[in-house]
Design a protein around this ligand. Structure first.
Ligand code: ACO
Length: 323
Protein backbone atom coordinates (compact mmCIF):
# COMPACT_ATOMS: atom_id res chain seq x y z
CA UNK A 1 0.00 0.00 0.00
CA UNK A 2 1.34 3.44 -0.94
CA UNK A 3 1.50 6.03 1.84
CA UNK A 4 2.38 9.76 1.64
CA UNK A 5 5.15 10.26 4.17
CA UNK A 6 6.54 13.58 5.45
CA UNK A 7 10.16 13.78 4.30
CA UNK A 8 10.95 17.43 5.11
CA UNK A 9 9.60 20.71 6.40
CA UNK A 10 10.46 24.39 6.14
CA UNK A 11 9.14 27.87 6.82
CA UNK A 12 9.71 31.51 5.91
CA UNK A 13 8.64 34.77 7.52
CA UNK A 14 8.92 38.36 6.32
CA UNK A 15 11.76 40.41 7.81
CA UNK A 16 9.53 42.89 9.65
CA UNK A 17 7.96 42.01 13.01
CA UNK A 18 5.05 44.23 14.09
CA UNK A 19 4.00 44.19 17.74
CA UNK A 20 0.52 44.96 19.07
CA UNK A 21 1.91 48.22 20.49
CA UNK A 22 2.90 49.35 16.99
CA UNK A 23 -0.68 48.75 15.82
CA UNK A 24 -1.88 51.18 18.50
CA UNK A 25 -0.44 53.94 16.25
CA UNK A 26 -2.52 52.77 13.26
CA UNK A 27 -5.97 51.99 14.73
CA UNK A 28 -7.70 52.51 18.07
CA UNK A 29 -6.71 49.30 19.81
CA UNK A 30 -4.53 48.07 22.65
CA UNK A 31 -2.06 45.30 23.31
CA UNK A 32 -4.28 44.21 26.19
CA UNK A 33 -7.44 43.90 24.00
CA UNK A 34 -5.62 41.94 21.28
CA UNK A 35 -3.89 39.56 23.71
CA UNK A 36 -7.04 38.95 25.75
CA UNK A 37 -9.34 38.29 22.77
CA UNK A 38 -6.93 36.44 20.49
CA UNK A 39 -3.62 35.53 22.17
CA UNK A 40 -1.74 37.37 19.40
CA UNK A 41 1.32 39.40 20.55
CA UNK A 42 3.03 40.08 17.22
CA UNK A 43 2.87 39.23 13.54
CA UNK A 44 5.26 39.47 10.55
CA UNK A 45 4.26 41.76 7.68
CA UNK A 46 5.62 41.57 4.14
CA UNK A 47 7.66 44.53 2.97
CA UNK A 48 8.82 45.66 -0.44
CA UNK A 49 9.82 42.72 -2.64
CA UNK A 50 8.29 40.18 -0.29
CA UNK A 51 5.31 38.39 -1.84
CA UNK A 52 3.40 35.15 -1.46
CA UNK A 53 5.61 33.57 -4.14
CA UNK A 54 8.90 34.82 -2.65
CA UNK A 55 7.96 33.60 0.84
CA UNK A 56 6.67 30.33 -0.62
CA UNK A 57 9.92 29.84 -2.52
CA UNK A 58 11.97 30.36 0.67
CA UNK A 59 9.82 27.89 2.60
CA UNK A 60 10.08 25.38 -0.27
CA UNK A 61 13.88 25.65 -0.38
CA UNK A 62 14.04 25.18 3.41
CA UNK A 63 11.82 22.07 3.16
CA UNK A 64 13.94 20.64 0.31
CA UNK A 65 17.14 21.24 2.36
CA UNK A 66 15.54 19.58 5.37
CA UNK A 67 14.57 16.61 3.19
CA UNK A 68 18.01 16.39 1.56
CA UNK A 69 16.41 16.82 -1.86
CA UNK A 70 16.64 19.25 -4.78
CA UNK A 71 13.90 20.68 -7.05
CA UNK A 72 14.81 17.91 -9.56
CA UNK A 73 13.29 15.38 -7.14
CA UNK A 74 9.86 17.05 -7.07
CA UNK A 75 6.95 16.11 -9.38
CA UNK A 76 4.23 18.46 -8.11
CA UNK A 77 4.25 21.92 -6.51
CA UNK A 78 0.93 22.51 -4.77
CA UNK A 79 0.29 25.91 -3.20
CA UNK A 80 -2.58 26.75 -0.86
CA UNK A 81 -3.16 30.49 -0.94
CA UNK A 82 -5.90 33.11 -1.04
CA UNK A 83 -3.40 35.90 -1.73
CA UNK A 84 -1.69 34.93 -5.01
CA UNK A 85 0.90 37.23 -6.59
CA UNK A 86 -1.27 37.38 -9.72
CA UNK A 87 -4.78 36.27 -10.64
CA UNK A 88 -2.92 33.96 -13.01
CA UNK A 89 -0.62 32.18 -13.62
CA UNK A 90 -0.82 30.28 -10.37
CA UNK A 91 1.59 31.13 -7.57
CA UNK A 92 2.59 27.44 -7.68
CA UNK A 93 3.83 27.90 -11.26
CA UNK A 94 5.66 31.07 -10.18
CA UNK A 95 7.39 29.12 -7.38
CA UNK A 96 8.10 26.21 -9.73
CA UNK A 97 9.90 28.69 -12.01
CA UNK A 98 11.77 30.31 -9.09
CA UNK A 99 13.01 26.84 -8.14
CA UNK A 100 14.30 26.36 -11.69
CA UNK A 101 11.90 23.52 -12.45
CA UNK A 102 10.66 22.95 -15.99
CA UNK A 103 9.45 19.41 -15.31
CA UNK A 104 6.44 18.18 -13.37
CA UNK A 105 3.29 20.19 -12.72
CA UNK A 106 2.11 22.94 -10.37
CA UNK A 107 -1.21 24.43 -9.34
CA UNK A 108 -2.87 26.53 -6.64
CA UNK A 109 -5.68 25.52 -4.36
CA UNK A 110 -7.89 27.97 -2.50
CA UNK A 111 -9.76 27.05 0.66
CA UNK A 112 -8.77 30.13 2.72
CA UNK A 113 -7.56 29.14 6.19
CA UNK A 114 -8.32 25.45 5.56
CA UNK A 115 -6.13 25.59 2.43
CA UNK A 116 -3.22 23.63 3.85
CA UNK A 117 -5.42 20.76 5.05
CA UNK A 118 -7.09 20.65 1.61
CA UNK A 119 -3.65 20.76 -0.06
CA UNK A 120 -2.27 17.91 2.07
CA UNK A 121 -5.35 15.80 1.30
CA UNK A 122 -5.01 16.59 -2.43
CA UNK A 123 -1.26 15.85 -2.47
CA UNK A 124 -1.96 12.54 -0.73
CA UNK A 125 -4.44 11.58 -3.47
CA UNK A 126 -1.96 12.50 -6.23
CA UNK A 127 0.70 10.35 -4.53
CA UNK A 128 -1.55 7.37 -3.80
CA UNK A 129 -3.04 7.64 -7.32
CA UNK A 130 0.47 7.31 -8.75
CA UNK A 131 0.57 10.72 -10.48
CA UNK A 132 3.39 12.11 -8.32
CA UNK A 133 6.13 10.56 -6.23
CA UNK A 134 7.18 13.67 -4.34
CA UNK A 135 5.08 16.78 -3.72
CA UNK A 136 6.04 20.17 -2.32
CA UNK A 137 2.95 21.17 -0.35
CA UNK A 138 3.13 24.88 0.40
CA UNK A 139 0.88 27.23 2.37
CA UNK A 140 1.84 30.84 1.61
CA UNK A 141 0.02 34.10 2.28
CA UNK A 142 0.35 37.87 2.39
CA UNK A 143 -2.97 38.74 4.03
CA UNK A 144 -1.56 42.18 4.95
CA UNK A 145 -2.18 43.11 1.29
CA UNK A 146 -5.95 42.46 1.52
CA UNK A 147 -6.56 43.94 4.97
CA UNK A 148 -8.46 47.17 5.49
CA UNK A 149 -5.94 48.97 7.70
CA UNK A 150 -8.71 51.26 8.95
CA UNK A 151 -10.77 48.33 10.28
CA UNK A 152 -9.53 47.48 13.77
CA UNK A 153 -11.81 44.44 13.99
CA UNK A 154 -9.78 42.62 11.33
CA UNK A 155 -6.38 44.27 10.73
CA UNK A 156 -4.96 43.27 14.13
CA UNK A 157 -5.63 39.57 13.56
CA UNK A 158 -3.58 38.57 10.52
CA UNK A 159 0.05 38.15 9.49
CA UNK A 160 2.13 37.01 6.52
CA UNK A 161 4.34 33.94 6.03
CA UNK A 162 4.79 30.57 4.39
CA UNK A 163 5.45 26.96 5.31
CA UNK A 164 6.09 23.84 3.27
CA UNK A 165 6.28 20.07 3.59
CA UNK A 166 7.77 17.52 1.22
CA UNK A 167 5.44 14.52 0.96
CA UNK A 168 6.92 11.36 -0.54
CA UNK A 169 5.47 8.06 -1.73
CA UNK A 170 6.47 5.14 0.48
CA UNK A 171 5.39 1.51 0.57
CA UNK A 172 3.87 0.67 3.94
CA UNK A 173 1.77 -1.94 5.63
CA UNK A 174 -1.06 0.56 5.96
CA UNK A 175 -1.79 0.23 9.67
CA UNK A 176 -2.07 3.27 11.96
CA UNK A 177 1.39 2.38 13.31
CA UNK A 178 2.96 3.14 9.92
CA UNK A 179 4.19 6.59 8.96
CA UNK A 180 2.32 8.86 6.54
CA UNK A 181 -1.08 10.45 5.98
CA UNK A 182 -3.67 8.17 7.60
CA UNK A 183 -6.96 9.92 6.87
CA UNK A 184 -8.32 13.27 5.66
CA UNK A 185 -11.78 14.80 6.12
CA UNK A 186 -12.79 17.93 4.23
CA UNK A 187 -15.99 19.94 4.57
CA UNK A 188 -17.48 23.17 3.24
CA UNK A 189 -20.78 25.03 3.49
CA UNK A 190 -21.18 28.05 1.22
CA UNK A 191 -24.28 29.26 3.03
CA UNK A 192 -21.81 30.96 5.41
CA UNK A 193 -19.99 32.79 2.61
CA UNK A 194 -20.95 36.29 3.77
CA UNK A 195 -19.49 35.87 7.27
CA UNK A 196 -15.87 35.96 6.08
CA UNK A 197 -15.02 37.08 2.58
CA UNK A 198 -13.10 39.54 0.39
CA UNK A 199 -15.26 42.28 -1.10
CA UNK A 200 -13.63 42.23 -4.53
CA UNK A 201 -12.30 39.98 -7.24
CA UNK A 202 -11.53 39.84 -10.96
CA UNK A 203 -15.02 38.79 -12.04
CA UNK A 204 -17.17 40.84 -9.64
CA UNK A 205 -15.55 44.25 -9.08
CA UNK A 206 -12.33 44.06 -11.07
CA UNK A 207 -10.49 45.02 -7.88
CA UNK A 208 -8.58 43.01 -5.30
CA UNK A 209 -10.87 44.02 -2.43
CA UNK A 210 -10.51 43.83 1.35
CA UNK A 211 -11.16 41.14 3.92
CA UNK A 212 -14.49 41.48 5.74
CA UNK A 213 -15.48 39.37 8.72
CA UNK A 214 -18.28 38.98 11.21
CA UNK A 215 -15.88 37.84 13.92
CA UNK A 216 -18.49 36.84 16.46
CA UNK A 217 -20.36 34.69 13.89
CA UNK A 218 -17.13 32.93 12.86
CA UNK A 219 -16.29 32.33 16.51
CA UNK A 220 -19.75 30.89 17.17
CA UNK A 221 -19.34 28.13 14.56
CA UNK A 222 -15.61 27.43 14.88
CA UNK A 223 -15.30 25.06 17.85
CA UNK A 224 -18.28 22.89 16.82
CA UNK A 225 -17.10 22.49 13.22
CA UNK A 226 -13.49 21.80 14.20
CA UNK A 227 -14.30 19.20 16.86
CA UNK A 228 -16.85 17.48 14.61
CA UNK A 229 -14.39 16.96 11.75
CA UNK A 230 -11.61 15.84 14.13
CA UNK A 231 -14.02 13.28 15.59
CA UNK A 232 -14.53 11.98 12.02
CA UNK A 233 -10.76 11.53 11.66
CA UNK A 234 -10.59 9.66 14.98
CA UNK A 235 -13.56 7.46 14.01
CA UNK A 236 -12.10 6.61 10.58
CA UNK A 237 -8.84 5.39 12.11
CA UNK A 238 -10.14 3.87 15.34
CA UNK A 239 -8.01 6.31 17.33
CA UNK A 240 -8.91 8.61 20.22
CA UNK A 241 -7.56 11.80 21.77
CA UNK A 242 -5.41 9.60 24.04
CA UNK A 243 -3.48 8.22 21.04
CA UNK A 244 -2.56 11.69 19.80
CA UNK A 245 0.94 13.09 20.35
CA UNK A 246 0.22 16.54 18.91
CA UNK A 247 -2.70 18.67 17.79
CA UNK A 248 -1.51 21.28 15.29
CA UNK A 249 -4.48 23.58 14.73
CA UNK A 250 -4.90 26.46 12.33
CA UNK A 251 -3.69 29.45 14.33
CA UNK A 252 -6.56 31.95 14.24
CA UNK A 253 -7.34 32.61 17.85
CA UNK A 254 -6.11 31.21 21.16
CA UNK A 255 -9.66 30.97 22.52
CA UNK A 256 -10.81 28.82 19.57
CA UNK A 257 -7.73 26.58 19.92
CA UNK A 258 -8.16 26.12 23.68
CA UNK A 259 -11.93 25.62 23.37
CA UNK A 260 -11.51 22.91 20.71
CA UNK A 261 -8.79 21.08 22.66
CA UNK A 262 -10.87 21.17 25.82
CA UNK A 263 -13.97 19.81 24.07
CA UNK A 264 -11.92 16.97 22.56
CA UNK A 265 -10.17 16.14 25.86
CA UNK A 266 -6.72 16.96 24.46
CA UNK A 267 -4.39 18.42 27.13
CA UNK A 268 -2.99 21.84 26.20
CA UNK A 269 0.59 20.48 26.56
CA UNK A 270 -0.11 18.47 23.39
CA UNK A 271 -1.27 21.49 21.38
CA UNK A 272 1.18 23.46 19.22
CA UNK A 273 0.47 27.18 19.52
CA UNK A 274 2.20 29.84 17.42
CA UNK A 275 -0.63 32.37 17.06
CA UNK A 276 1.13 34.56 19.66
CA UNK A 277 4.16 34.89 17.36
CA UNK A 278 2.67 34.78 13.86
CA UNK A 279 -0.94 35.98 14.14
CA UNK A 280 -3.37 34.33 11.73
CA UNK A 281 -1.43 33.53 8.54
CA UNK A 282 -4.36 31.65 6.96
CA UNK A 283 -3.14 28.71 4.81
CA UNK A 284 0.43 29.22 6.06
CA UNK A 285 -0.32 28.82 9.75
CA UNK A 286 -0.28 25.00 10.01
CA UNK A 287 2.98 24.42 8.09
CA UNK A 288 4.58 27.31 10.02
CA UNK A 289 3.50 25.72 13.32
CA UNK A 290 4.66 22.27 12.16
CA UNK A 291 8.08 23.69 11.25
CA UNK A 292 8.45 25.39 14.63
CA UNK A 293 7.48 22.25 16.57
CA UNK A 294 9.49 19.84 14.40
CA UNK A 295 12.64 21.98 14.50
CA UNK A 296 12.52 22.50 18.27
CA UNK A 297 12.24 18.72 18.71
CA UNK A 298 8.66 18.53 19.95
CA UNK A 299 7.27 16.67 16.92
CA UNK A 300 9.37 13.55 16.33
CA UNK A 301 9.37 10.78 13.75
CA UNK A 302 6.56 8.34 14.52
CA UNK A 303 4.40 10.87 16.41
CA UNK A 304 0.66 10.89 15.70
CA UNK A 305 -0.25 14.44 14.63
CA UNK A 306 -3.72 15.88 13.97
CA UNK A 307 -3.93 18.91 11.67
CA UNK A 308 -7.16 20.92 11.66
CA UNK A 309 -8.49 24.19 10.30
CA UNK A 310 -11.62 26.21 9.72
CA UNK A 311 -11.97 29.32 7.58
CA UNK A 312 -13.80 31.40 5.00
CA UNK A 313 -16.53 29.65 3.01
CA UNK A 314 -16.95 28.16 5.51
CA UNK A 315 -14.41 25.45 4.83
CA UNK A 316 -13.07 23.12 7.47
CA UNK A 317 -11.10 19.91 7.70
CA UNK A 318 -8.86 17.57 9.64
CA UNK A 319 -6.00 15.31 8.61
CA UNK A 320 -4.23 12.70 10.73
CA UNK A 321 -0.61 11.93 9.94
CA UNK A 322 1.98 9.65 11.50
CA UNK A 323 5.01 12.01 11.29
N1 ACO B 1 -9.23 46.80 19.53
C1 ACO B 1 -10.06 47.27 20.48
N2 ACO B 1 -11.38 47.06 20.47
C2 ACO B 1 -11.89 46.35 19.45
C3 ACO B 1 -11.08 45.84 18.41
C4 ACO B 1 -9.70 46.10 18.49
N3 ACO B 1 -8.84 45.64 17.57
N4 ACO B 1 -11.85 45.18 17.55
C5 ACO B 1 -13.11 45.25 18.00
N5 ACO B 1 -13.14 45.95 19.14
C6 ACO B 1 -14.29 46.28 19.97
C7 ACO B 1 -15.58 46.20 19.21
O1 ACO B 1 -15.81 47.40 18.49
C8 ACO B 1 -16.58 46.00 20.31
O2 ACO B 1 -16.83 47.23 20.92
P1 ACO B 1 -18.32 47.61 21.42
O3 ACO B 1 -18.63 46.56 22.44
O4 ACO B 1 -18.14 48.97 21.93
O5 ACO B 1 -19.17 47.49 20.19
C9 ACO B 1 -15.81 45.13 21.33
O6 ACO B 1 -14.42 45.30 21.00
C10 ACO B 1 -16.16 43.68 21.28
O7 ACO B 1 -16.20 43.25 19.91
P2 ACO B 1 -16.55 41.77 19.50
O8 ACO B 1 -16.47 41.64 18.02
O9 ACO B 1 -17.79 41.34 20.19
O10 ACO B 1 -15.33 41.04 20.18
P3 ACO B 1 -15.10 39.50 20.34
O11 ACO B 1 -14.95 39.16 21.77
O12 ACO B 1 -16.07 38.69 19.53
O13 ACO B 1 -13.67 39.34 19.69
C11 ACO B 1 -12.72 38.58 17.65
C12 ACO B 1 -13.48 39.68 18.34
C13 ACO B 1 -11.35 38.45 18.28
C14 ACO B 1 -12.57 38.90 16.17
C15 ACO B 1 -13.50 37.25 17.84
O14 ACO B 1 -14.83 37.41 17.45
C16 ACO B 1 -12.92 36.14 17.07
O15 ACO B 1 -11.83 35.68 17.35
N6 ACO B 1 -13.65 35.63 16.07
C17 ACO B 1 -13.16 34.58 15.25
C18 ACO B 1 -12.42 35.23 14.17
C19 ACO B 1 -11.44 34.30 13.58
O16 ACO B 1 -10.81 33.53 14.27
N7 ACO B 1 -11.35 34.41 12.30
C20 ACO B 1 -10.46 33.67 11.60
C21 ACO B 1 -11.00 32.30 11.35
S1 ACO B 1 -11.09 31.98 9.72
C22 ACO B 1 -9.67 32.44 9.13
O17 ACO B 1 -8.69 32.14 9.76
C23 ACO B 1 -9.62 33.25 7.90
Amino acid sequence: MIRSVVRGYGAALPKRVVTNRELEDIVETSDEWIVQRTGIRQRYLAGEGETTASLGEQAARAALDNAGLTPDDIDLVLVATSTPDNTFPATAVNIQNRLGMTHGYAFDLQAVCTGFVYAMATADLHIRGGMAKRVLVIGAETFSRILDWKDRTTCVLFGDGAGALVLEAAEGEGTIADRGVLTAHLRSDGSHKDKLYVDGGPSSTGTVGHLRMEGREVFKHAVGMITDVIDSAFAATGTTADDLDWLVPHQANRRIIDGSAKKLGIPLEKVVVTVDLHGNTSAASIPLALSVAASDGRIKKGDLVMLEAMGGGFTWGALLVRW
